[in-house]
Design a protein around this ligand. Structure first.
Ligand SMILES: [Zn+2]
Length: 143
């Protein structure tokens, strides 16, 4: 199954709305280079050294409703969905989990762990990269 651009756009709209609700006191990285470094650090080593604007999108209560919330939350905080959004932007989804696979490999997950994650994605309606964003990231962010 593939998703049209309208659904992708709906997610982007939601993201924009949430961004506008951010409290100004919260200190987040603004410098593009520093943001990029923080994202890569979290992806590769899981080490968080600064706050990102993206962090505030996470909805703990909503995420906890999913049976696999522990795994999905870990992926969120390690910037998996952020990176997948980045990689997908400007591309048409090729109806595979190719990019997800690539990112999980970059995260130094074992093959066994990667297969476990992909099974959880499929179970939650994420049969290709764009569906992972549309059906799974959306379970972790927003209201
Ligand atoms: Zn797709």
């Amino acid at each position: 199954m593939s998703l049209g651009n309208s659904k992708r756009t709906a997610n982007i709209e939601k993201r924009r709305e949430l961004r506008e609700q951010l409290s100004p006191e919260q200190e987040v990285l603004k410098d593009r280079r520093l943001i990029k470094e923080e994202v890569t650090r979290r992806l590769v080593s899981g080490l968080q050294t600064a706050n990102l604007e993206y962090d505030s999108l996470f909805n703990d209560e909503k995420a906890s409703l999913n049976k696999d919330s522990e795994l999905l939350s870990l992926l969120f905080h390690r910037m998996f969905f952020y990176r997948l959004n980045e990689k997908l932007s400007g591309l048409t989804c090729d109806h595979t989990l190719r990019l997800s696979n690539q990112i999980l490999t970059q995260m130094n997950f074992t093959r066994g762990k990667i297969n476990e994650v992909l099974e959880v994605f499929k179970k939650n309606g994420g049969h290709c990269d764009c569906e992972v964003i549309y059906y799974i990231e959306s379970q972790l962010i927003g209201k």
